[in-house]
Design a protein around this ligand. Structure first.
Ligand SMILES: [Zn+2]
Length: 181
């Protein structure tokens, strides 16, 4: 099974950092890349074919995933809103049952694996019309790991990078074992 991992945005020198926590000097593009590479390592270690691709053009990302014949597409991001909002949420394409199940498995694993002191940490799964979800040919999800512009969430992203990665990898293997007959 081929799994396409897309860390959101693009690090230097592309200069598409995504959301930035200026206080901590923390860029979404860098956090997403680090988590994505760890996910890839976990999945490769148990025998999956994995591709990690980070780029600042959305159509190109879809073309790479479709052209490679990926079976699953997972985009990894950090959320940002008003500096107060916290938690994790996972999006899937409208009308995609397989995508919804993948989002549920990944989101469940994250809220169980990543330690948070915040009651509303689980923001759940939601459908969305994001470009990469609508223009990829395989079940696709977009994970919003945590809010990088909130200091507590940003610290969780730094300190529990590996927990996010393990959770996402386990969510993918859950889907493979439990959803795919
Ligand atoms: Zn993003």
């Amino acid at each position: 099974m081929r799994i396409f991992i897309n860390p959101g945005h693009a690090p230097d020198p592309k200069d598409d950092p995504g959301a930035v926590n200026h206080k901590l000097g923390l860029k979404e593009s860098v956090v997403a890349r680090r988590i994505g590479e760890r996910v890839a390592t976990y999945l490769a270690n148990v025998g999956y074919e994995v591709s990690v691709f980070q780029f600042d053009g959305l159509q190109r990302i879809c073309d790479e995933a479709n052209g490679w014949g990926a079976d699953l597409f997972v985009s990894i991001h950090c959320n940002a809103f008003d500096g107060v909002a916290r938690g994790t949420e996972t999006f899937y394409a409208r009308y995609s049952r397989a995508g919804r199940r993948l989002a549920e498995y990944i989101n469940d694993r994250i809220v169980k694996t990543v330690k948070s002191n915040y009651d509303g940490w689980d923001r759940g799964t939601k459908e969305a019309g994001y470009y990469v979800l609508m223009n990829t040919d395989m079940p696709a999800v977009l994970v919003e790991t945590a809010f990088i512009d909130n200091i507590s969430d940003a610290k969780i992203l730094i300190e529990q990078e590996d927990a996010f990665a393990r959770a996402i990898a386990c969510g993918i293997t859950d889907w493979h074992k439990l959803y795919l007959p």
